[in-house]
Design a protein around this ligand. Structure first.
Ligand SMILES: NC(=O)C1=CN([C@@H]2O[C@H](COP(=O)(O)OP(=O)(O)OC[C@H]3O[C@@H](n4cnc5c(N)ncnc54)[C@H](OP(=O)(O)O)[C@@H]3O)[C@@H](O)[C@H]2O)C=CC1
Ligand SMILES: CC(=O)N[C@@H](CCC(=O)OP(=O)(O)O)C(=O)O
Length: 351
């Protein structure tokens, strides 16, 4: 093998996840892009879609031919609408490819939960059993040995990184957890949608999916594992008139009302000591989404309200990077035995 680069393909290369993967992988020292696949965009030079890459990418978007992709790739990222990856991954895995799925298809242990929320019947329990939830800060060792990764959703990434130390170490009454989260419009993907038009979204802020957003069961599955008990959480997403970023504000009641902010900052710093992308902010500093723009970082600010006995944790990520493509590359790094942060940006374009 020597210094040969790992051959990587992207199915769904034309989408927002796809272009972020291309951007990150072009700067990655150990990989070579060998197959970019699309659906309606197949046949177009990649630089027709993204002209700023004219001098960097001279691949054409090809149709989704799984046999050809498996022949030409060692690892394949899938950035497709929900419900498609589960029909493709088994073919790629059988041919020896590592598979990293950005959709929700491999995030759920219980396929009945997936079917209930995503309205697609699934019979592929055996393949699903192989999947590891791609949140490295919690499942680093399992990711290293995996062939198939179900990459987390953007809101679950921001929410779970904020909640994990509290749930795992029993510092909160778990059922009191409330997540209030805001996302930029790129969270909705590249496909045209009326509510994402500048005329609709600009200058306005509103909630959606109230009490029924499909990220709720995903957050609950991992939160329950951490708490060691079956949990329900209250999660409300909002659309913010900006392009990138998620800010999740998490509230929960502390079990020990004597805990103060500085105790929790110490606890969080220890919990994430080995996690290069999670940055715990000093007291009195709360994250801005712009600090994470274009990076794989998650900034976490912590406060305690002694009047109410609640902890308030604020977590900011770039939904397209730590919330999607960057986190998937972080998982690939672990699967390949490379340094976890290889090729991943850690400095935002802020201000
Ligand atoms: N955007 C975000 O912040 C996040 C998104 N995700 C998830 O990642 C996945 C990709 O999202 P995103 O990049 O935003 O999506 P986009 O809508 O931007 O891109 C979708 C991609 O899927 C392809 N596609 C669409 N329909 C089909 C089809 N019927 N058959 C085959 N390919 C198809 C498109 O190809 P073409 O253009 O050629 O038609 C395009 O490449 C989704 O599952 C999403 O839920 C996860 C975390 C965050
Ligand atoms: C602003 C916006 O529309 N965001 C998307 C979340 C994107 C995401 O992470 O979706 P998956 O779980 O399907 O992968 C939404 O709420 O549907």
């Amino acid at each position: 093998m020597g210094n040969e680069k790992t051959r990587v393909g992207i199915i769904g290369a034309s989408g927002y996840g796809g272009i972020q993967l291309v951007r990150l992988l072009l700067e990655h020292p150990q990989v070579e892009l060998t197959y970019l696949a699309g659906h309606s965009s197949a046949g177009k030079p990649y630089s027709d879609l993204y002209p700023h890459l004219t001098h960097r990418v001279n691949l054409t978007i090809e149709p989704i031919d799984l046999e050809a992709i498996a022949d030409r790739c060692d690892a394949v990222f899938l950035g497709l609408p929900n419900g498609l990856a589960c029909d493709m991954a088994p073919v790629l895995l059988a041919k020896g490819c590592k598979v990293l799925d950005l959709s929700a298809d491999y995030r759920f242990r219980n396929l009945n939960t997936y079917t209930e929320w995503y309205k697609k019947d699934r019979q592929d329990q055996a393949t699903n059993n192989q999947a590891v939830y791609g949140l490295p800060e919690l499942y680093r060792d399992a990711i290293k040995d995996a062939q198939l990764i179900g990459c987390p959703g953007c809101y679950p990434t921001a929410s779970l990184l904020a909640l994990s130390p509290l749930l795992k170490q029993g510092f909160i009454v778990p059922e009191t957890a409330i997540i209030d989260a805001k996302s930029g419009t790129s969270g909705g993907g590249r496909e045209a949608k009326v509510n994402m038009l500048l005329a609709e979204a600009e200058g306005s802020l509103g909630a959606y999916g109230v009490a029924k957003h499909r990220h709720t069961p995903e957050i609950e599955q991992i939160a329950s594992d951490l708490a060691g008990t079956e949990l329900q959480v209250q999660f409300t997403p909002h659309l913010i008139p900006m392009v990138r970023g998620i800010l999740a504000t998490v509230y929960a009641t502390l079990r020990d009302p004597g805990l103060v902010r500085d105790d929790l900052i110490t606890i969080y710093s220890a919990f994430y000591r080995a996690s290069p992308f999670v940055k715990i902010l000093p007291h009195g500093v709360y994250p801005q989404t712009k600090w994470a723009w274009g990076t794989n970082l998650c900034y976490i600010g912590i406060e305690v309200d002694p009047r109410t006995g609640r902890v308030i944790v604020l977590s900011a990520i770039d939904n397209l990077v730590k919330g999607q493509a960057g986190q998937a590359v972080q998982c690939l790094n672990l699967m390949m035995g490379w340094e976890e942060s290889l090729g991943l940006p850690q400095l935002a374009f802020y201000p």
